[in-house]
Write a protein that binds this ligand. Sequence first.
Ligand code: ATP
Length: 238
Amino acid sequence: MSTLTIEKLTVGYGDGAPVLDGLELEVPDGGVVALLGANGAGKTTLLRSLLGLVPVRGGRVLLDGADLTRLSTEDRVRRGLALVPEGRSVVAELTVAENLRLGALWRHRGPAREAAVGQMYELFEPLARRRDAAGHTLSGGERQMLALARALVGEPDVLLLDEPSLGLAPLVVAQLLGVLRDQAEATGLTVLLAEQNVTGALSVADRGVVLSLGEVVADRPAAELAADPALRHAYLGF
Ligand code: ATP
């Protein structure tokens, strides 16, 4: 089980007004939740605060009822959280295979590590073809696949993703989002997916959550949210 519960979370930078103000959210075990909202709504801040990368002023983050709020980032990762930050971060000097082995480093050793890496090549065929290519030679889509595969190979229970589809071709976006959906169904991976690509995110999500001014202003089944033009217009700008 890996249900992520966020209770009354308040987060801000320096002495500034809070960016998240008493935010309440639950991401159920094996569910895919799309985190939507305009630029500056606080999506990145929320994902970073779940990993302990931004200091929390109040509230709690729970994983299956266990309080993570005071844990270090390293301990949160050991408990099963993983973040794919915005910007397709991979190690540019290392090959695809080396990046993946790095992602599997603390989970597996020896043949089990190679088997875990091999599974990623099955999920992402373009990476198999480029396994000996250095990170800096990859296309944008390949880099994003590698960033996602590097997180998945560490076998997280909860995967947090910050705008994985940004700047990518529609076909690549469909492939990436499809893998997330399949992993949630096949392995029970819990996914919180921050996206500006509202249509794409809602097409693979169970629920959609809209953030505005640091609060959740809508939390609905994805299909219902996608079909609500008034809500889309008010908070998502289209
Ligand atoms: P985007 O889609 O543009 O990434 P977002 O929804 O992810 O937007 P955040 O990046 O979390 O939003 O930003 C929320 C607010 O917090 C913005 O007003 C932003 O200016 C502010 N902010 C973000 N990072 C910092 C920081 N390091 N220091 C001060 N303010 C910050």
